[in-house]
Ligand binder design. Structure first.
Ligand code: FES
Length: 274
């Protein structure tokens, strides 16, 4: 991966006030490795999630009530029997529309506008800039003040929807404590779903918008001790936001993949209780 061509306009690194450097970058380390790994990781998730969201097979294990997060909530008559705990108000859906279509745009919006992911794909996809001290190829920079990047400012609203989706995923994880006889039961799938939902909550709560919700606009923390404690906790979690962003992409894939294996009969669920 070589450095993208340096723009020669009068803006950005070509501005008259900037140092005149002939090379595209003076960096000699492997600065391209991080953006390359980032774009590979994001591509794997996007391709996997897209394929799984559209195939409509092996997404629900009725016996143990395992529902993959990519199909939750399943609100259509096209959903397999037993997978629609919230009813089927939508009716049949053509194959071109994923069964989880109601939440997918919001989840995608939440992730795409996330402060960490912005940094990741601005560097690895948009090359704006690709790395510190590496000239970007764009002639001008309008920031997040115009379309399409002005949409980034909607992140706080996606955050509220993500809270609702996390509640639904929590409900699914509780429903996964389901035995083959219809009573209480725990299997490896239950633990996978619970682990996934705990990490999803950690990612969601560590959001920068959540920091603002808990402690923003306060001028005297001493007068708001509860909000201060919440803000302190969220801020600590926030320092791990990047790690949580990647971990939850992985746990979403692992959860879906495990449900797919059990639902398709490829493997049997490892049962711990019932
Ligand atoms: Fe990453 Fe909000 S900043 S989810």
């Amino acid at each position: 991966m070589s450095a993208p061509p340096k723009n020669s306009d009068s803006a950005g690194v070509g501005a008259p006030t900037r140092a005149r450097i002939a090379e595209r970058t003076l960096r000699t380390d492997r600065w391209w490795l991080a953006p390359l790994l980032t774009v590979l990781g994001l591509s794997v998730f996007v391709v996997y999630a897209s394929v799984r969201s559209w195939v409509r097979t092996a997404y629900f294990v009725e016996e143990y009530h395992y529902l993959t997060p990519f199909y939750s909530p399943c609100l259509s008559d096209s959903c397999v029997p037993g997978s629609s705990d919230f009813g089927t108000p939508i009716g049949e859906l053509p194959m071109i529309i994923p069964l989880g279509f109601l939440v997918l745009p919001f989840l995608l919006g939440f992730r795409l506008t996330c402060y960490y992911y912005r940094k990741a794909y601005y560097r690895s996809v948009w090359f704006s800039p690709p790395a510190c001290a590496v000239a970007e190829p764009h002639g001008k920079y309008t920031g997040e003040t115009r379309l399409p990047l002005i949409v980034q400012n909607a992140h706080r609203y996606f955050f509220y929807v993500a809270l609702v989706v996390s509640l639904i995923n929590t409900y699914d994880a509780i429903r996964a404590f389901h035995g083959a006889d219809g009573g209480f039961g725990i299997g490896l799938g239950t633990l996978v779903m619970v682990g996934n939902v705990i990490l999803l909550w950690a990612y969601t709560v560590s959001c920068h918008s959540c920091r603002h919700v808990t402690g923003g606009r306060l001028t005297h923390f001493s007068r708001h001790p509860i909000r201060y404690r919440l803000w302190t906790g969220v801020s600590k979690l926030n320092t791990r936001h990047m790690q949580l962003a990647w971990t939850t992409l992985a746990t979403l894939i692992v959860t879906d993949f495990y449900v797919m294996l059990v639902a398709s009969g490829t493997i049997s669920d490892l049962r711990l209780i019932n």
